[in-house]
Design a protein around this ligand. Structure first.
Ligand code: F0G
Length: 356
């Protein structure tokens, strides 16, 4: 087969991350796999960003997953294992994307899904997803960190299975993002930029790269470069942020569950955890749409905002993970641009409006 035919066959037959990477995942052979054929997301070469940074910059677009974020990778494993263990209900706290993924995969598995979200602070698309997939949505008068505390307590009752990233199966699934990057490039990047909220994903990617390295699939490891939003940067500040604030609501988290995992990834890889301002996030967000034709959500742009203010060696191979789709949060998009007023429906008025 030609390479093009190979690619086509791979796309048509993409089975989801459990089947694609079964060897690396703790899913028993007899388990009924709960999948929406997540993963297999594109790794785009970002030509303008590459020129800007004097290096090869690639964008891993996780918005292409079935529910529009990277959470699907973890949820397929967590939900498969929950179903396998006989669970009847799953619960999560969420800034939005986990709730959307949990709701969708629970519907697939025919399990009850309960999601706790911070009232007023989740993007419209994510709320719509959780509702339409049929989750029991509870908006709490408190932030994500409080919601996660309650979810931990609910989990301790033994009546529900927690599907936040404190569930190790979530991390197992999410590490497949690193596998795909190495499979696509043929080697590991020198630098891996990623947004950090609850810090599960940076921990998962680091685990993935290390497993591939141990298995001889790559001979180097990337520096892990994690970025929090300035108003929600507990790891950078070295202390819990009690009232986190950022336009990037997905990472509006003041006490990350995988705090230690993020620090470990950064230190073991000789990388760093940094902070980016809302202004820098929104600049990268619009830049990605205009220059690289990728519409991601604000939190996702934190990785590229981080790259923009970091010096990388000439000739570096950089991967930035764009964690979620821009359509999740239409409100932020339309506050960035002046929405045009209606004009008369005449050729003359329209010609004048568009300047031709
Ligand atoms: N990007 C997006 C779009 C997210 O939704 C999240 C986390 C992150 C980045 C950060 O990943 O938490 O593994 O460090 N969203 C969670 C949620 C908290 O509830 O959807 P992390």
């Amino acid at each position: 087969m030609t390479t093009a035919e190979d690619d086509r066959a791979a796309r048509l037959n993409w089975p989801g991350v459990i089947e694609a990477y079964r060897k690396y995942l703790p899913v028993p052979k007899e388990a009924e796999v709960v999948t929406l054929r997540e993963g297999g997301t594109p790794l785009y070469y970002a030509s303008r960003l590459s020129k800007l940074k004097g290096s090869d910059v690639f964008l891993k677009f996780e918005g292409a997953n079935p529910t529009g974020s990277f959470k699907d990778r973890g949820m397929t494993v967590a939900m498969t294992m929950a179903k396998q263990s006989g669970a009847k209900a799953v619960v999560c706290a969420s800034t939005g994307n986990t709730s959307a993924a949990s709701a969708a995969y629970a519907a697939r598995a025919q399990l009850r899904s309960i999601v706790l979200i911070p009232s007023g602070y989740i993007a419209l698309g994510k709320l719509a997803q959780a509702l339409i997939y049929g989750a029991k949505v509870v908006q709490i008068k408190g932030n994500f960190d409080r919601a996660l505390e309650i979810v931990r307590e609910l989990g301790e009752t033994g009546l529900v299975t927690v599907v936040n990233s404190i569930n190790p199966y979530r991390i197992e699934g999410q590490k497949t993002g690193a596998f795909e990057i190495v499979d696509a490039l043929g080697f590991a990047p020198t630098h891996h930029f990623i947004p950090v909220g609850n810090a599960g994903n940076i921990s998962a990617y680091w685990k993935g790269y290390n497993e591939y390295f141990a298995d001889g699939r790559c001979s180097t490891l990337p520096k892990m470069m994690g970025f929090q939003a300035e108003g929600a940067a507990p790891i950078v500040d070295g202390k819990i942020v009690h009232f986190p604030e950022t336009v990037a609501t997905a990472i509006r988290i003041g006490n990350p569950a995988s705090w230690k995992g993020a620090l470990l990834a950064a230190s073991e890889s000789d990388g760093a955890i940094g902070a980016v301002s809302d202004k820098e996030i929104l600049y990268a967000y619009t830049y990605l749409a205009r220059e690289e034709s990728i519409f991601c959500e604000p939190a996702s742009a934190a990785s590229v905002a981080g790259l923009m203010k970091t010096t990388v060696p000439l000739g570096a191979t950089v991967v930035c993970v764009l964690t979620g789709h821009g359509l999740k949060d239409p409100d932020t998009a339309i506050t960035q641009i002046e929405v045009p007023a209606a004009v008369e429906a005449t050729l003359e008025a329209i010609s004048k409006e568009v300047g031709i």
